[in-house]
Design a protein around this ligand. Structure first.
Ligand code: SAH
Length: 347
């Protein structure tokens, strides 16, 4: 556990860092240099900031800490997927995943320790929300996976999905700050088009994203377009109904002109009927969208069983007949419990 009262230097903006140096009789420019070390170079030790004088480094050391994450354990799947158990400065552990495909490497990052929502089919939901991650803790996961991609795949990281542990929109400010750093020239200079934030669907926050004119992609974990079904499997739906969700998505599209991806699992006896498919087709009429049918990764919940290929094919043909684009996502990293919804399943 952390025992120091020193301030986390990465909580400071560039301007605040510049001001800090000025108020300590140094040049504002020194703030730019240190900021570059902290973000662009992802430096975790003042000692390594070689263009900063020894005295200044000692002064920084006396005033601040760098609360970087540490990759505690790394598990490598047969398919090349890597699951990282990431230790935070206060001892909590979250997970992040590197997913290589033929021509891209995707980082799947966590945004909370545990999760504030209660999806019945998700392992993370069983943990409750213990705390939000800070922007730098999300950023560090991306940096670590970029390094792993360079090492194992000889190429940098190409995409990021906020689909690890937690509900990103329940940690709105920090998630947006992390993306700001990832996309800025001072940071990793990645295009927001390569970033997807996945939400279980918090209408108020989706509207806020639209108002903030964000440039990244939005995915919504829908899983059912019928309130009576969705509330059973995602109980928070009782508070945020599908009508409210749809309205927020219409608002999103009006403001951003960006289509949305709906993530959807088909379970046997839960959402595999004609009525379920029809409801989804209707939901898809609201705004331009795409449906990503994802494979269920079992988490020791007897009620949830992946529907058979025939049931999934029925979804595909009906959606396509109505002009909706459908993709099928196969799980990666199943053998190491790194697949969607399996994070924190086994420790
Ligand atoms: N809270 C966010 C992001 C984390 S979950 C969200 O809900 O979108 C990332 C994705 O994994 C979501 O689409 C979620 O529905 C899906 N998921 C959760 N549990 C799963 C499981 N057991 N098998 C497959 N996908 C799962």
């Amino acid at each position: 556990m952390k025992t120091t009262d020193k301030k986390d230097i990465r909580a400071l903006s560039k301007d605040q860092l510049r001001e800090f140096f000025v108020s300590n009789g140094d040049k504002a420019f020194r703030g730019n240099q240190v900021y570059e070390w902290l973000w662009n170079k992802a430096c975790y030790d003042f000692e390594d900031m070689t263009n900063i004088s020894k005295d200044t480094r000692a002064m920084l050391e006396a005033n601040f800490v760098i609360n970087n994450i540490k990759v505690d354990t790394q598990q490598r799947s047969q398919d090349g997927t890597i699951k990282n158990a990431v230790k935070l400065h206060d001892g909590f552990v979250v997970e992040s995943v590197m997913i290589p495909t033929e021509n891209r490497t995707t980082a799947c990052v966590s945004s909370q320790v545990g999760c504030s929502l209660d999806c019945k089919f998700c392992a993370t939901a069983k943990l409750k929300r213990l705390r939000n991650l800070n922007p730098d803790e999300i950023y560090d996961q991306v940096v670590a996976i970029d390094e792993q991609s360079r090492y194992y795949n000889n190429r940098p990281l190409s995409n990021i999905v906020y689909m690890g542990m937690g509900e990103p929109l329940m940690n709105y400010k920090n998630v947006l700050k992390s993306i700001e750093k990832i996309t800025s020239e001072d940071g990793l200079n990645m295009s927001p088009k390569r970033i997807t934030v996945s939400t279980s669907g918090v209408p108020k926050m989706i509207k806020m994203l639209a108002d903030d004119q964000v440039k990244f992609n939005l995915a919504v974990s829908l899983h059912s377009a019928r309130d009576e079904v969705r509330t059973q499997i995602m109980p928070f739906n009782a508070k945020f109904s599908l009508d409210a969700l749809k309205e927020s998505l219409e608002y999103w599209y009006a403001k951003t002109k960006k289509q949305v991806t709906y993530e959807y699992i088909v379970w046997k006896g839960i959402n595999d009927t004609e009525a379920d498919i029809e409801a989804l087709v209707e939901f898809c009429q609201a705004i331009p969208c795409k449906v990503n049918l994802i494979e269920y990764n079992p988490i020791d919940e007897d009620n949830f069983i992946q529907a058979n290929d025939k049931a999934v094919a029925k979804y595909v043909t009906t959606l396509e007949a109505h002009g909706v684009t459908v993709t099928l996502r196969h799980s990666r990293g199943k053998d190491i419990d790194a697949a969607c919804g399996q994070l924190a399943n086994k420790k």
